[in-house]
Ligand binder design. Structure first.
Ligand code: GLN
Length: 198
């Protein structure tokens, strides 16, 4: 039984819970989903989801509750994280914004609202490394990834900028893979890591 923790201090929690349940079912795996609102439950989780929402609020609440240190430890132990949109911003090395205390789980720097400044939200068919067919990616006031460290694999680009990356056990997306019925990104992050190496 896989225990998945969805960080639930702020943002879109139920959609991620549904997406990992779908991905697990497709793999014949049992998953238990727990919502994380305070310190103490991260150490019991095998995998974590860091949803979108508002990165300034999420980073403040993670620090206030002492969840930030537990998430860093989870990754230091080599355990998987999927961080999406604001979650990606919080998971980055540098958000170029003093109001966001980044967790430095992914060796990337990001530009908050980079795509959102042009148009608030859009959907795009995205070619993703490891997926046979384009993924219907929903971008909502999305960040772009500016700098990518040496150990980081770029899994997808939009408009010439990276929008999905993998850094060891951590996958980050600038878009919202939980907002469609397509759970292939959750699949890649949690169940199909080797597919990405193809
Ligand atoms: N623009 C938001 C931020 O900076 C992220 C938006 C999202 O998660 N959809 O936190």
């Amino acid at each position: 039984m896989l225990r998945a923790g969805v960080v639930a201090v702020q943002g879109d929690v139920t959609e991620h819970a549904a997406a990992i349940r779908r991905a697990a079912e497709a793999h014949g795996e049992d998953v238990e989903v727990v919502e994380i609102r305070q310190a103490g439950s991260v150490p019991d989780c095998d995998v974590l989801l860091l949803p979108g929402g508002e990165s300034t609020a999420i980073s403040r609440l993670l620090a206030r509750e002492g969840i930030d240190a537990e998430i860093r430890e989870h990754v230091a132990d080599g355990k998987t994280v999927l961080a999406t949109c604001a979650g990606l911003i919080v998971a980055s090395r540098d958000a170029n914004d003093d109001r966001v205390d980044t967790l430095d789980l992914l060796d990337v720097s990001v530009d908050r609202n980079a795509f959102g400044r042009q148009v608030d939200s859009f959907e795009a068919p995205l070619d993703v490394v490891g997926l046979d067919e384009p993924f219907p990616a929903v971008f909502i006031r999305a960040p772009a990834i500016d700098e990518v460290g040496d150990g980081v694999d770029v899994l997808a680009e939009w408009d010439g900028r990276p929008v999905a990356v993998r850094d060891g056990p951590v996958v980050g997306t600038a878009f919202h893979p939980e907002l469609t019925n397509d759970s292939r990104i959750h699949d890649l992050a949690f169940f199909e890591e080797t597919a990405v190496e193809a």
